[in-house]
Ligand binder design. Sequence first.
Ligand code: SAH
Length: 258
Amino acid sequence: MKFIIFITIIIVLYCVLHSYLPFLNFAGKNSIASGKKNIESTEKGYAWKRKRMVEQQIIARGVRDKKVLEAMESVPRHLFVPKGYREYSYYDQPLPIGLGQTISQPYIVALMTEMLEVDNDAVVLEIGTGSGYQAAVLSTIVKEVYTIEIIKELGLKAEEKLKNLGYNNVNVKIADGSLGWPDKAPFDAIIVTAAAEKIPDPLVKQLKPGGRMVIPVDSSFFGQDLLIVEKDEAGNINIKKTIPVRFVPLVEGEEVTK
Ligand code: SAH
């Protein structure tokens, strides 16, 4: 009996250690290379978590677009999350990014990106830059991303981060995004990552015929619905309701803050 308990403990210990191996760093404490190794092994650990995130949260829920899955596996989400929350970067949930705003749950980022149905010649407008993560994901798939943030502090920080990480086809503007970006219109696709009371008219106008917008809008009943707004070649609008979602509100007609 004692022997069986002993063997069970050994097996459990082995399993626990084995599953945490990617995060352990066996480099000698005084080794000069130890700092560098630490970073490398952490990056390896994050890459492993990202792969698991894609399998367990995104593919498992039905996202199939290969470009989207590759983008979600390559963009280092932990670098867009405040340091104090980094260990939760690949959890199945949104996270705070400061100033009362949030970075969306990974699955929602992937789903909305897939819903845009864009490829490498598309020009996309995003409303609600936030951390810059959604813009980075899009930038690996499309030709050009234009993204608008109303909170100056967040917009400037995201702009710098995107530049430092080499996402050079992303253009950030600090403004009220509900007015769109008229000089750069029309857009193949528009993604709004804050919930609107109703679909802003300027955004519909700035959508190319044949293009689509993905936007969370307050439901007449309760909560918000994620809508796909399609403009056909003749300019007719078709609106499809998809899943219920929860986003921070789109503030319209307000001065840029901070
Ligand atoms: N896409 C972001 C998360 C967005 S959170 C990411 O990947 O991290 C929603 C963002 O929309 C917030 O940063 C908020 O400040 C911004 N926002 C709200 N109303 C806005 C408006 N009218 N124009 C531009 N940005 C707006």
